[in-house]
Design a binder for this molecule. Structure first.
Ligand code: NAI
Ligand code: F6P
Length: 368
């Protein structure tokens, strides 16, 4: 069985690549990073290290790389032969990946089943990819292709290893896939197939990712540089819990999760954030600030819901303020946001970019 995975980065190699390998797939990683692609083709393998006491080390073999900027023919062949195509590139890159994949789908032999799955931190990212592919070539090649949405959860920080392919990951992982949109009977082991993905994806996004954002933006405000450093400060943990108590209300009111289940989930996630064997920069966790302040993302969506329904949303409003003040000049989204804010002001930015209404804007403005 063959897989093509777009994005040979942290999640690609450390999570999706490992699951596919454990399921017996030969994996071709498709990326624009020449150094990584050359190393994959040179070594044909890499190792995944589990960040815990006496953590396991797993060899991921049978891997190769394709440079999507250069090797169009190799990519065409890999896509023609693939049983599964996955991505972990960042949701904003999906339109580019769609352009890369689309022309090759028509050349696949009729009857060969394929699943295409976007593994990004965004709600229904596979739908986004599917729509972008359809915009390129129409839907006539889709007959034997499944496009299940998915939610992926595993903390994989920036890597500082001797071998650039090796990757250190937290022990926990969860990959949830929409069962009904999966094509064929060959399901993946180690993946949870569910009839309705929305509760899982929003629970993950509005707990793990909102929580992580809270640590990054508030932690940086207090002068910390890493998650482990920030999590030693009770003030950060109290703020984190306040934020997550607010998103809990969104989740328990919109889905069947009980308060007790959500509390357990939060405790587990706080334990993951405190993992002493992982070293994670606040700059990485807070990167992509424009995306993270988008109307459907981890901060604004629950905030607007709580405000509209008359619920407490003080901590989330404060989180917006910390995000606006986040200081990471290496993040192009931060640079763009700062330019907008310095030209037109924070309120204009929140109104235009985050789609916030007057009353909420005034509340946030009062906290700036
Ligand atoms: N790192 C983490 O802990 C988690 C990340 N995610 C999500 O997974 C996705 C990837 O994140 P990471 O692996 O951390 O990022 P990363 O930056 O380590 O990897 C992204 C990879 O995509 C490649 N790429 C960029 N543009 C490309 C293009 N046009 N064609 C082919 N490859 C391209 C980059 O060269 C890079 O190797 C994001 O959507 C992120 O939100 C989800 C859960 C956990
Ligand atoms: O690009 P994003 O959305 O921050 O994605 C990475 C985030 O996802 C997570 O892995 C959680 O699953 C966090 O480690 C990390 O902050």
């Amino acid at each position: 069985m063959k897989a093509v995975h777009f994005g040979a980065g942290n999640i690609g190699r450390g999570f999706i690549g490992k699951v596919l390998h454990d399921n017996g797939y030969e994996i071709t990683f498709a990326d624009v990073n020449e150094e990584i692609i050359d190393a994959l083709n040179r070594d044909g393998k890499y190792t995944v290290h589990i960040a815990e006491e006496n953590g396991g080390v797993y060899e991921i073999s049978g891997v190769a790389g394709i440079n999507t900027a250069k090797d169009a023919e190799d990519l065409a062949q890999a896509i023609a032969e693939a049983d599964i195509i996955t991505t972990a590139v960042g949701v904003n890159i999906l339109p580019i990946i769609a352009k890369t994949i689309a022309p090759h789908l028509e050349k696949r032999s009729e009857g060969k089943l394929l699943n295409i799955i976007a593994c990004e931190n965004a709600v229904l990212a596979t739908d986004t990819l599917k729509a972008a592919i359809a915009a390129e070539v129409g839907t006539h090649a889709f007959t034997n292709i499944g496009f299940p949405n998915s939610a992926v959860d595993r903390i994989v920080p920036m890597q500082k290893n001797e071998n650039i392919l090796d990757v250190k990951v937290e022990p926990f992982y969860e990959w949830v896939i929409e069962a009904d949109n999966w094509m064929g009977d060959d399901k993946l082991d180690g993946v949870n197939y569910v009839p309705d993905l929305m509760p899982y994806i929003e629970r993950k996004l509005f707990t793990v990712n909102t929580g992580h954002a809270a640590i990054a933006y508030y932690g940086k405000t207090l002068g910390y540089t890493s998650v482990s450093e920030a999590m030693q400060d009770d003030e950060v943990v109290v703020f984190l819990r306040n934020v997550l108590n607010e998103t809990t209300l969104y989740l328990t009111e919109n889905y069947d999760f009980t308060q007790a289940e959500q509390s357990q989930y939060i405790d587990k996630i706080i334990g993951r954030f405190k993992n002493p064997y992982l070293s994670d920069d606040l700059d990485r966790v807070g990167r992509g600030v424009l995306r993270k302040l988008g109307p459907n993302d981890r901060i604004i969506k629950p905030l607007v819901y709580l405000h509209e329904n008359g619920h407490d949303h003080d901590a989330l409003s404060e989180l917006v303020v910390h995000a606006l003040k986040f200081d990471n000049e290496d993040d192009p989204e931060q640079v763009e946001m700062n330019q907008i804010i310095s030209g037109k002001g924070m309120t204009h930015f929140l109104s235009e970019h985050s789609d916030l209404e007057k009353e909420l804007l005034e509340e946030i403005e009062a906290k700036i």
